[in-house]
Design a protein around this ligand. Structure first.
Ligand code: PAF
Length: 282
């Protein structure tokens, strides 16, 4: 497996593969890989001839006061996992490679980025759009893989790709969960044992909402009430939002009709956790 720190060698490597007519996949990550990332790499491996994993803790998607400085890192474990899953290359640049001095370009999908998580993280999705645009330009993959725990991110990137005519297929991959239901996240490592147990309020609230939907309920108020009630019953949890939105615009809906996202975010101490499900249910 190749480990690349600069842009030119990535272009050279991928250019060689493309001359041999190989299909190339990109799995963008911020490192501290877990089974959720592993599922993306495995899918990319199964669908493509060549797989590039990017490991880049993107400063542009963290706002002031957010957890950039404390975000967990484990380069050796990440590299070993990528290798064991059959990745062909890992691209892991230093921030100055991606954002050299005097860098100033911006990429954004403003309306979709202002709502849901964007309401409390105003610069986040702009930073995500910027780095993903750069990674797609550097690697020029046929397909790129994203986990649906960050469903808003996926729908914003889907719009970005459509609006900018990006020649790439964005592949959404299902949320991977702990056996007790908690959605996997690198940020789960911040939770104390007590918080880890209390954090289940988020997935349990969404599971309760999902059961209502499975039983035929379509009213957003009734569905969201199940989430809000479950989180309110957990004294350590503080709800950020629970919303039902259509996926194309991320605007709230009164009824689940067509493709909708039911998403929630919750604070557990200083850790912000997100989870969701998509309607129609799979
Ligand atoms: O989902 C993530 O881990 C990040 O937002 C991404 C897509 C790798 C961009 O930094």
């Amino acid at each position: 497996m190749e480990i690349l720190r600069e842009i030119r060698p990535v272009r050279d490597l991928v250019g060689g593969w493309k001359r041999e007519d190989k299909s190339v996949a990109l799995v963008p990550t911020m490192g501290y890989l877990h089974e959720g990332h592993a599922s993306l790499i495995k899918k990319a491996r199964a669908d493509n001839d060549k797989v590039v994993v990017s490991v880049f803790l993107n400063p542009a998607q963290f706002g002031p006061g957010e957890d950039l400085a404390t975000y967990p890192r484990d380069w050796d474990r990440d590299a070993a996992l990528c290798e064991s899953l059959g990745a062909d290359a890992v691209f892991s640049p230093e921030p100055a490679v991606m954002y050299p001095p005097s860098f100033e370009a911006e990429v954004s999908v403003p309306a979709l980025s202002r709502v849901l998580c964007g309401a409390s993280r105003p610069v986040h999705f702009k930073g995500v759009c910027l780095v993903v645009t750069k990674l797609l330009n550097i690697v020029s993959p046929r397909r790129a893989y994203f986990g649906l725990k960050d469903a808003q991110q996926f729908f914003i990137l889907r719009r970005l790709a459509r609006d900018l005519d990006l020649d790439v297929e964005l592949v959404p991959c299902p949320i991977v969960r702990e056996p007790d239901g908690l959605a996997l996240s690198s940020r789960n490592s911040y939770l104390s044992p007590v918080e880890r147990t209390a954090a289940l309020a988020l997935s349990q609230g969404l599971f309760a909402a999902r059961r209502l939907v499975a039983d035929g309920e379509t009213g957003a108020r009734e569905i969201l009430e199940a989430v809000v009630r479950t989180i309110a019953a957990e004294p350590l949890a503080r709800l950020d939002y629970a919303q039902a939105v259509e996926t194309a615009t991320l605007r709230p809906v009164a009824r689940l009709e067509g493709e909708c996202l039911v998403a929630a975010a919750m604070w557990m101490g200083r850790t912000r956790l997100i989870d969701n499900f998509i309607h129609p249910l799979e």
